[in-house]
Design a protein around this ligand. Sequence first.
Ligand code: IMP
Ligand code: MG
Length: 174
Amino acid sequence: MSERIRVLLSEEEVDRRIQEIGEQISRDYEGKQVHLVCVLKGGSFFLCELAKRITVPVSLDFMSVSSYGSETKSSGVVRIVKDLDEPLKGKDVIVVEDIVDSGRTLSYLLEMLRDRGPKSLRLCTLLDKPERRVTDVRVDYTGFRIPDEFVVGYGLDYDQRYRNLPYIGVVEFD
Ligand code: IMP
Ligand code: MG
């Protein structure tokens, strides 16, 4: 079985949209410092591009979680593989994610982070597949709403590959 990647969102489209989100966040957080929390590994490409386009002071932290489940479907039970280095207490936090799919991982994660007492907590995702949602997750900043297809690129993987694609593509098998 061989795979092909069909371009869904070009590099230019993605970059343009990240610029817009960066400007929006810069306006919304004027006079404040924003603390970006990146969920590894998928969120890392988006985080870097986004952070470069935010004009208010930015600090960064990283965490890695693994959700028990199959490769293409998450169970929502989340284990922290790498925790944040810094406490969130009193910070204006934005969680930066690659994609919100069922929403299980995020709803668990956001609840856990909220317990750490940030001053505010928002969610920013590059991609959203609203059709797939099974839990209520409030997304504050969304790059693109996409149909229910398995996508790769810009941090997203299929079996750990394709994260480095500078665009978003759909994996097709023939
Ligand atoms: P959720 O808990 O179902 O929202 O799962 C979210 C996680 O599943 C994401 O952070 C991704 O790691 C992974 N995921 C969901 N959809 C896709 C996709 O289309 N391509 C690659 N990974 C995906
Ligand atoms: Mg992810």
